[in-house]
Design a protein around this ligand. Structure first.
Ligand code: SAH
Length: 381
């Protein structure tokens, strides 16, 4: 962190419009300075105050004395055979985080991190295995998007903007870093920031029920709930925060959030399918019963378990995954299967660990599978 005699310099990337306006008010400047500076920071990608030519020289100098613009640094870029990109980024104190970009025909989704590591220790998640290190600042959360947008310039050229959707599904539990996440989302939604629509910004949580209720008071971004089990006994094992906020309490909070979303929007229920653990038809049936009240207000997203070394779990066969999905569809639930992307670069859900691992074998296996399925006929990358 850069220090001045008065304390640390503020990283302007993390200040929402209202925060910047307050800063300029303190400096005796008019609020529209915030508009000018946000455009420089987020639209034009300028870091240097001297280049902000519509500010007076005096103001530029004063800003340089109290603020910085600092973005996480890309240490390594991984490109999957399927086009998914993963960046290992370093923060100012040397901590590492991972950010994933998933291109699809009509959209580009960026998956960002909210913490270094994670304290929740879900039994099937690689991030949890490394433990909790620290919260990210709002500037570090926004900085991931800024860095990715710059990296994607010239790579995605068939639409205006490469990043159309952002999901807080990387490392960490966003609702345990509430203030920084809320400030960062403000900037991501702002037209002067990244102009992402509230339907295309998704916060995913393991179920911090009181924070979901609090969130409902201030925003209506899309919400995804990591449920993964149809009953408390199993969920206590897989998602230990369930012991603190059991399923009934979690679903009550979800209902409060749904009220905030209005009549036409739904929440996403994420369910990672683990072989022999939570993937039986009885469990599909119990899940449908549990969610009966929410049937028309939820979409179920099934995620076949993504393996990582030492997890002790396996991915179910495709037939088992399909049978689980079919059962939920028959019970009237909109149920999607999340296709695994970027597996050869360990970029799939639950595989982000912020470190280099031996990826060669996994990559070879993945390429072989793509070839088996006729997805590629030769190695594209
Ligand atoms: N902490 C937040 C966001 C991060 S994880 C949350 O729990 O929602 C994003 C999603 O990936 C969660 O639904 C998580 O449970 C799931 N996930 C974690 N590890 C996984 C793995 N190995 N395979 C498949 N999905 C996994």
């Amino acid at each position: 962190m850069t220090m001045t005699p008065d304390g640390p310099l503020v990283n302007l990337l993390g200040l929402p419009r209202a925060g910047l306006e307050a800063l300029f008010a303190e400096l005796g400047e008019r609020p529209f300075r915030a508009v000018q500076v946000m455009k420089w920071l987020h639209h034009r990608g300028v870091d240097d105050f001297d280049a902000m030519t519509d500010l007076s020289r005096d103001l530029r100098q004063r800003l340089a004395g109290l603020a910085v613009v600092s973005t996480p640094e890309v240490m390594h870029e991984f490109v999957s055979t399927d086009g998914t990109r993963k960046w290992l980024m370093a923060l100012e104190d040397g901590q590492r985080i991972e950010v994933v970009f998933i291109p699809e025909k009509d959209r580009g989704t960026l998956c960002i991190s909210s913490q270094v590591g994670c304290a929740l220790d879900c039994s099937f998640c690689a991030t949890g295995k490394q433990g909790f290190n620290r919260n990210l600042t709002s500037a570090e959360i926004v900085g991931q998007v800024r860095q990715a947008a710059q990296r994607l310039q010239g790579v995605v050229t068939d639409r205006d903007r490469a990043i159309t959707n952002i999901v807080l599904m990387g490392m960490g539990e966003p609702l345990l870093n509430y203030d920084a996440v809320v400030a960062a989302m403000d900037i991501l939604l702002d037209d002067l920031g990244y102009g992402i629509s509230k339907r295309r910004l998704t916060l995913s949580t393991a179920g911090v029920a009181p924070a979901i209720r609090r969130l409902a008071e201030i925003t209506d971004v899309a919400l995804a709930i990591s449920l993964h089990a149809p009953d408390d006994a199993l969920r206590d094992q897989l998602v230990p925060i369930n012991r603190r906020y059991p399923i009934a309490e979690l679903l009550d909070a979800v209902k409060v959030y749904l009220e905030r979303l209005g009549d036409w929007r739904s929440v996403t229920i994420e369910y990672t399918l683990i072989d022999g653990v939570n993937d039986s038809l009885e469990q599909a049936d119990a899940l449908a019963t549990l969610l009966a009240d929410l049937r028309d207000r939820s979409k179920i997203n099934l995620i076949p378990f993504n393996p990582f070394p030492g997890s002790g779990y396996r991915r179910p066969t495709e037939a088992r995954v399909r049978a689980f999905q079919t059962h939920l569809l028959e019970r009237g639930f909109a149920t999607m299967l999340r296709t695994t992307r970027g597996e050869d670069i360990d970029a799939a859900c639950g595989q982000l660990a912020g470190s280099f691992q031996d990826r060669t074998r996994r990559r070879e296996r993945y390429i072989a599978r793509l070839k088996d399925h006729g997805v590629i006929t030769h190695q594209a990358v």
